[in-house]
Design a protein around this ligand. Structure first.
Ligand SMILES: [Zn+2]
Length: 452
């Protein structure tokens, strides 16, 4: 059957019963949707983008150049599934307890990681600081030359001495949950009036000059108005090297939230295009994605299509988009040629990528950032620690995780996050890609509830 406005066929699941379904990415009425139909629960259409011109081209670019991408330069290591908070939007929700099991000892972690080829580790899971020996775990990873960052709600970091000890143990970066500058946001998302505490935590991170990424969960009509405030804060504080805007996943605690609150990463670019006086501009972000994906594909590194990235440059007490320093417009036609050549002739493709990079450097302003973009760029793509510490740039990422609404099998096949955690028997194992893990866990919990 011919599907009207078809861009790509894929597989997804029914958000209600989680049964696998055929799905399609389609263009209709000037928007892009993920469309699917369950024989029991009817039709679902999820808005993916309001900008079909860019989205469609990016979708095609991605699936043509990312075909041979391989796993993974980074691991998510979950030393615990416990947590000291009770967030309403937690992707495990009240079912978290099912995952809690024996925790790996430091010695077991060392044994598991010591021969691993890749060196970039994100401590995550539940809340890693619930482990009393988290300093020791960090030291073990550092002993084996790993780059170590931690995903944390930060509650423990309100104690400056504790934070200093993490830094002394060798921690390379803190990824701090921080959802915005209004108290109401935390009451809705985190079940707790946390703003004052979060500001204290940021102060502490600044005092000890800890490289920090702000992780904000974005929910429509809750904190989508606050994105620009978070960016302004990041620009003014150069211990912040990145901001990750992560749009809400309807899993666990947020499973049955109203669709009015749903938002996809692509819409965040619309918001910032309007609110940043064009410093973050849709067209620049689009070409920057192509460049980023082209380099990733050249290196055969997996990357999630739902994630987009952009780079801001701190400049004279304010900032500019990276497009003010790199000639992205000149690079764009070469990136198109890269895409076309990629299937047929790899050597030709590499030549076009080199020409795209050279074309990009034809902006006179590039000399202002040349050294840092070169060194940080190499560090970023090879996943060494250096790029986490740069002060010239503020990286933005617009990302999300899998849930039953947005689940797209073709995309999750390129999920770059590999989880290392204990299995049901308490043994440390690879638990697979984050997207598949979350979806499998959700399926388990929903089916159990139906059986009751
Ligand atoms: Zn269904």
């Amino acid at each position: 059957m011919q599907i009207k406005g078809l861009i790509r066929k894929t597989e997804s699941v029914c958000p209600k019963c989680l049964e696998p379904l055929a799905a399609a990415v389609i263009e209709r009425d000037g928007k892009i949707f993920l469309s699917k139909e369950c024989s029991q629960h009817g039709e679902y259409e999820l808005l993916l983008s309001n900008e079909p011109l860019y989205y469609k081209k990016l979708d095609q670019f991605y699936f043509e150049v990312m075909k041979n991408a391989k796993p993974l330069l980074e691991y998510e290591l979950w030393p615990t599934l416990r947590c000291n908070m009770n967030c309403s939007m937690c992707c495990f929700g009240e079912d978290r307890k099912k995952l809690e099991t024996k925790e790996p000892t430091c010695e077991e972690i060392e044994e598991f990681i010591k021969d691993k080829k890749h060196s970039f580790y994100i401590l995550s899971g539940g809340e890693p600081t619930c482990r009393k020996d988290i300093h020791k775990i960090i030291r073990v990873l550092k002993k084996h030359d790993k780059t170590v960052t931690i995903n944390t709600n930060g509650l423990k970091l309100a104690d400056l001495k504790y934070l200093q000890e993490l830094k002394n143990s060798g921690l390379d970066r803190v990824n701090l949950q921080f959802d915005g500058f209004h108290r109401e946001i935390y009451r809705v998302l985190r079940n707790s009036d946390l703003l004052k505490k979060k500001i204290e935590i940021l102060d502490n991170l600044k005092v000890i000059d800890m490289p920090t990424t702000i992780n904000a969960v974005v929910v429509k009509n809750v904190n989508d108005d606050d994105l620009i405030n978070i960016i302004d804060f990041g620009i003014k504080n150069d211990f912040v090297s990145g901001i990750n805007f992560f749009t809400i996943c309807y899993l666990g605690g947020a499973r049955n939230w109203a669709m009015d609150n749903y938002i996809m990463p692509d819409e965040l670019i619309d918001i910032l295009d309007k609110k940043s006086s064009q410093k973050i501009n849709r067209k620049d972000v689009f070409i920057f994605q192509k460049l980023h994906l082209a380099i990733k594909s050249f290196l055969k590194q997996r990357y999630c299509f739902y994630n987009q990235v952009y780079l801001l440059v701190r400049y004279k007490d304010s900032y500019k988009g990276i497009a003010s320093f790199l000639n992205l417009g000149k690079a764009d036609p070469w990136l198109d040629r890269y895409q076309k050549a990629y299937k047929k002739n790899k050597i030709e493709a590499v030549l076009y990528l080199a020409l795209a990079i050279m074309a990009m450097l034809t902006n006179i302003r590039v000399f202002l950032i040349a050294k840092e973009i070169f060194l940080s760029g190499i560090s970023y793509f090879l996943k060494t620690g250096r790029y986490l510490k740069n002060r010239q740039f503020l990286s933005l990422s617009f990302s999300t995780g899998c849930d039953p609404y947005k689940f797209d099998k073709m995309i999750v096949e390129n999920c770059q996050n590999e989880i290392i955690a204990v299995d049901a028997g308490g043994k440390l194992v690879h638990r697979g890609r984050e997207g598949l893990f979350c979806m499998d866990f959700e399926r388990l919990c929903v089916q159990e509830k139906h059986n009751l």
